[in-house]
Design a binder for this molecule. Structure first.
Ligand SMILES: [Zn+2]
Length: 427
């Protein structure tokens, strides 16, 4: 029987309200107890003095590129990057080739992860066949195969009638519907946020309203259907306000923000550098402030990375031609600490909530807490260690990050999955 004892850390478990210097005892993959002065003679001991010990972080929005684009990332390499970022569970979006729109692909991902991934992988199935937005995917059978949510991420569901049907189905299967909110007619041809900066750079803009109109539509549909609805990578001030309004009306609406939408604005990007090209685009400082305030007020429930690996060959093209998206797993905690905790917007405990129990509840997965009997998934992190991100040392197969060379205060120290240390900071 394998036993791990994590000693003397500040254990923060928002689900139970626990926040004190304690030990965590994990036996046979499950949390056995949390408390002071625990001891077990045969246990492997991890000294967490001066560190935060939290439930394993969950990233509910990643792209692992397998099957189909293994030159950019595989389930194995993406899982390694996740572990190095402090994540014990990740949810890959379905925009692979083939698209995860059937139980066959869902099962393939789960089986591949079981054999090669060092963290837990909970796949998200497509809303429509091939994510083409025309016909519903096999939602019920993907659910049975293990999909935890549905989304056509990368693309929005443009047809409101189809979205309504998807919500009705998802509701009957107890799954949330996650939408990448972007009205394609409004965003067509755009490469960055529409504003003074896009005019100055001579690039076509993606207006904030391309996100807003779809968030508005979906909230109305969530009310009609009673479905659980989640806004992916929220980035505009009006969208944040509308989610706050939906919550006020007690609709089952939630949202996530990415670390880069908390950290960067359209004026902070290096012009024509493809590592600053993503969807939604980096928005105005007014929008960024609204996203940060949304995290503070609770309009935003989770931090998710939208980790989107692209190989150099694709990202090296002219700005207009290169694909959208950046890496996110390894810099997520450092950026979140910087822009939320060190800036005194939220507490460390609230930060832990955004990475753990909130995404677990949205997805309905039994993770995100350290209560006895829970899975022994733990993230150990520092709030003050100085370090610099070197993208060339990334576990990802790709290198597309705007944060290469960025200095951070605080970040992951050890990642534990089912009582096993799967990644640990080398000193
Ligand atoms: Zn997306």
């Amino acid at each position: 029987m394998a036993t791990l004892l994590i000693k003397n850390g500040r254990v923060i478990d928002p689900a139970s309200g626990h926040d004190a210097i304690s030990d965590v005892w994990i036996e046979d993959g499950l949390v056995k107890g949390v408390g002071p002065n625990l001891s077990s003679p045969s246990a492997q001991v991890f000294d967490a003095t001066g560190l935060v010990v939290a439930p394993g972080f969950i990233d509910m929005h990643v792209h692992l590129r397998e099957p189909g684009f293994e030159h950019a990332e595989t389930i194995e390499t993406g899982a390694r990057a996740a572990a190095a970022g402090g994540f014990t569970s990740i949810c890959p979006m379905p925009n692979t080739a083939p698209v995860n729109d059937s139980p066959t692909v869902t099962t393939y991902i789960i089986e591949k992860a079981r054999r090669h991934a060092i963290v837990n992988v909970f796949p998200i199935g497509a809303i429509t066949k091939g994510s083409q937005g025309e016909e519903l995917a096999a939602i019920g059978s993907m659910r049975q195969a293990g999909a935890v949510a549905i989304s056509d991420d990368g693309r929005p569901v443009m047809n409101a009638r189809l979205m309504r049907r998807a919500m009705e189905f998802a509701r009957s299967f107890g799954m949330p519907v996650i939408n990448h909110c972007e009205d394609l007619h409004l965003s067509a041809g755009g490469d960055m946020h529409e504003g003074a900066e896009s005019v100055r750079l001579g690039l076509r803009g993606i207006p904030g309203c391309s996100e807003d109109v779809m968030v508005a539509r979906d909230i109305l549909l969530a009310e009609v259907t009673g479905a659980r609805y989640h806004v992916a990578h929220i980035s505009s001030r009006h969208s944040v306000a509308m989610v706050a309004f939906a919550k006020l009306k007690q609709l089952p609406v939630t949202s996530e923000a990415t670390p880069h939408h908390l950290a960067l604005t359209d004026t902070g990007m290096i012009p024509y550098d493809s590592n600053y090209k993503m969807k939604p685009p980096l928005r105005s400082s007014c929008d960024v402030n609204a996203v940060v305030e949304g995290v503070v007020s609770g309009a935003i429930d989770a931090i998710a990375t939208d980790h989107a690996p692209h190989p150099g060959s694709e990202k090296m093209q002219e700005f207009e031609k290169c694909p959208f998206g950046i890496l996110g797993l390894e810099t997520a905690l450092g950026l979140s600490l910087e822009h939320l905790v060190h800036s005194r917007k939220i507490t460390v405990a609230r930060l832990v909530e955004l990475f753990t129990i909130n995404p677990a509840r949205i997805l309905g997965i039994s993770r995100g807490t350290l209560t006895p009997g829970a899975h022994g998934d733990v993230t150990v992190f520092s709030t003050d260690r100085q370090w610099t991100y070197d993208v060339n040392k990334s576990f990802s197969k790709s290198r597309n990050s705007p944060f290469d060379g960025a200095a951070f205060r605080g970040g992951p120290v050890a990642t534990i999955v089912s009582g096993k240390i799967v990644w640990q900071l080398e000193d």
